[in-house]
Design a protein. Structure first.
Length: 696
């Protein structure tokens, strides 16, 4: 895994030429001594330790309490037995060791479980088990009736050497066993003593590891708390939480929404920026260029005379009010995630105090943000290539630490792909050095390699392409990539079904059934998902214009007064889905997602299980929001831990209906006018129809 023996250009390095005036001294009666490798006596090869990310350049990701399975290719010349251990430790802590088991074909396996948040290290160490190799040879020779007197003396020497590495009673016991092997008892009795299992166990505790080989480099793992892996996010604008759309609601009024959000089963309340909104070039409703008196502007145009990134929009209240909101969320079992957008309105204090942090036009004016043909006159992007980039970096770090000090432990980062990777590597490491429980979500709808590099650099979670994956083939292909390839070691998707910026055509044209289907997909394909709450639960699918993904009358530019009880809402389905997520551990992980065959292009079938199959969840979704779809699903019973023969029950957690299925092939019918999905809990113990009543 290391690239030794190469120059910086990547070419193979050659040995430095020796001085012409110097000769190696030849020993008496022999050839000249030449340099040999210092570790030339290490015969064991340890290679391809996995999982790893870019050969150890970046850490893999897990959560506290989540098992990490490590594989390695380990072998040596000849026919020898090996001792192999997995070494692991929390960063800076003492090493622990777990014996690795051979899987065949020189592949070895072991596992460990990180017990606390933060960095952990792991490596594989292996050595030739001289005693075990000798024991195998002795057994074969003795079974063939050969004289093994010499072999017994060799074994006695090995046990005596083992005794020198032991202490106390164990040392005494091994010395006695060595004496017995070298003694004058009948050979058969000494062979039996040599092959005794207790001697093998005693010697295994004192291996000779002087010539062991250890994998390089030492690999790293970052362990997040559980919320880094599993959670349901609900995004809402606190200014729209009041009864009057003519004014901003306060944090106190927004607190009134928390009980309802918690009752629907969400874990995280995500707020767009809560900072003062600039007045210069403030956008009006529908992203118009001129705001009328009373128009609130976009929360992403950050900064005004009242302050910048560490201040609160006066209409929402004060920092004390924000602290009370965070505390209220905690009482309902909710965490607050805060949007961090590193950009400024023309009124931001930094524009006046640090003009060098922004890009300027030739005429000296600061350049506003653009994404041609779109223009954002209300936003000044920050110049990460400015001369004072070090001061800028520290100021941006201070913003995150400020909000950590106010109880925020989750941050959604706006457009991180437009800032340098090295900046994020540094900022995340600096924050998590003192606060390893802080989580970062990358809102990066960008090219795959850019998205992956952000994840490698430390982002806990990543927005994904889920919003634009709506067909059966593309969903299957994309989620197989996310869960069954090396990408899974560092990139955790957060499946937002919609956002304030994105209303996909599928939701615009599919009606209520489309929202239901996308909810089930997001919440069960991924262990972490989110919705832009009020519009989603109310099935709001009106676009600003044909071909646009912008909402009509977007909440980004105006205050709403939502009627959460409006007819046609899907809050009950949201509640049922989130309840299932909390009750079924299989839905709290991504890696055991498996797809199953289903008839046609509109029926999608997949499952998730726990490793021991104690929890099995099977999902079937009708991707067609307009028509009934029916047909057969053909399950891979092995992937579900089910035998081929006995009947089993599937219990729909959305409708509470139960069906008795047999074998891999079973019929489904899904009407989008009723519910476009089955979310089945599979009961394995049903053997006959008489057992069916037991599960009713």
């Amino acid at each position: 895994m290391t690239d030794t023996g190469r120059t910086k250009t990547g070419r193979a390095a050659t040995a430095a030429p020796r001085s012409r005036g110097a000769r190696a001294t030849a020993p008496a009666g022999g050839a000249a001594q030449r340099p040999v490798p210092a570790d030339g006596d290490r015969r064991v090869v340890v290679e391809d330790v996995r999982p790893h990310v870019d050969s150890g350049r970046f850490a893999i990701k897990r959560t506290v309490g989540e098992t990490v399975e490590v594989l390695a290719d380990v072998f040596a010349d000849g026919h020898v037995r090996l001792g192999v251990v997995l070494r692991h430790r929390p960063d800076g802590g003492p090493w622990s060791e777990t014996p690795m088991e051979p899987l065949g074909n020189d592949v070895w396996r072991a596992a460990f479980t990180p017990a606390k948040a933060g960095f952990h290290e792991y490596a594989v160490e292996a050595w030739i088990d001289a005693f075990g190799t000798w024991r195998d040879e002795l057994s074969k020779k003795a079974a063939a009736g050969q004289d093994v007197a010499s072999e017994l003396l060799e074994g006695a020497a090995l046990v005596r050497a083992g005794a020198s590495r032991a202490e106390g009673r164990e040392r005494t016991r091994l010395e006695e066993r060595a004496g017995a092997l070298a003694g004058d008892a009948p050979q058969a009795k000494r062979v039996a003593a040599a092959l005794d299992g207790t001697l093998e166990q005693d010697m295994a505790r004192v291996p000779d590891r002087r010539r062991s080989s250890t994998s390089e480099p030492v690999l790293r793992l970052w362990a997040d708390r559980e919320r880094g892996r599993f959670g349901a996010w609900y995004e809402f604008f606190p200014r729209s939480a009041g009864p009057d759309r003519r004014r901003s609601a306060t944090f106190a009024e927004a607190s009134g929404r928390l009980a309802d959000i918690a009752a629907m089963g969400f874990d995280v309340v995500y707020l767009p920026p809560v900072h003062p909104i600039g007045r210069a070039h403030r956008k009006g409703p529908g992203n118009t260029l001129v705001a009328k008196p009373g128009d609130p502007g976009s929360p992403w145009a950050i900064g005004a005379p009242e302050g910048g990134h560490t201040a609160v929009e006066p209409g929402l209240g004060t920092l004390v009010d924000f602290d009370r909101f965070v505390a209220a969320a905690g009482r309902h079992g909710l965490e607050v995630a805060l949007d961090i957008a590193y950009q400024c309105s023309p009124d931001h204090p930094w524009v006046r105090e640090h003009p060098e942090w922004f890009r300027h036009r030739p005429d000296g004016t600061i350049k506003h943000a653009e994404n041609p043909p779109k223009k954002y006159q209300d936003i000044y992007p920050i110049d990460f290539e400015c001369e004072d980039w070090r001061g800028l970096w520290n100021a941006l770090l201070d913003v995150v630490l400020f909000w950590v000090g106010h109880g925020v432990k989750i941050f959604r980062i706006d457009n991180p792909h437009t800032k340098p990777f090295r900046f994020w590597d540094w900022l995340i490491a600096e924050v998590q050095r003192e606060h390893p429980d802080v989580l970062f979500l990358a809102e990066a709808f960008t090219r795959p390699r850019v998205m992956r590099r952000l994840a490698k650099g430390g982002f806990t979670q990543s927005y994904s392409y889920f919003t634009w994956r709506n067909g059966k083939h593309e969903l299957t292909e994309y989620f197989t990539e996310l869960t069954q390839t090396p990408v899974r070691e560092f990139m955790r998707p957060n499946l937002f079904a919609n956002t304030p910026d994105i209303l996909h055509e599928y939701l615009q044209t599919g009606g209520r059934a489309a929202f239901q289907a996308r909810l089930v997909l997001a919440a069960t394909l991924g262990a972490t998902y989110g919705i832009y709450g009020p519009p989603f639960e109310l099935c709001e699918g009106r676009a600003a214009a044909p071909g646009s993904e912008e909402y009509l009358a977007s909440e980004k530019y105006e205050i709403k007064a939502w009627d959460h009880d409006r007819a046609g809402n899907i809050r009950d389905l949201v509640t049922r889905v989130n309840r299932a997520r909390h009750q079924h551990p299989a839905l709290q992980f991504d890696h055991r997602l498996r797809f199953h065959a289903a008839d046609g292009d509109q029926l999608l079938c997949y499952s998730k299980t726990t490793p021991d199959f104690s929890d099995i969840v099977l999902v079937v979704v009708n991707l067609d929001p307009h028509n009934v779809q029916h047909g057969f699903v053909t399950l891979s019973l092995g992937a579900l831990g089910l035998p081929d023969g006995p009947a089993y029950q599937v219990h729909d957690l959305l409708t509470d209906e139960r069906y008795l299925w047999t074998g891999p092939r079973n019929y489904v019918r899904l009407d989008p006018g009723a519910c476009p999905a089955h979310l089945f809990a599979v009961r394995r113990k049903v053997a006959t129809e008489r057992d069916f009543d037991y599960y009713q």
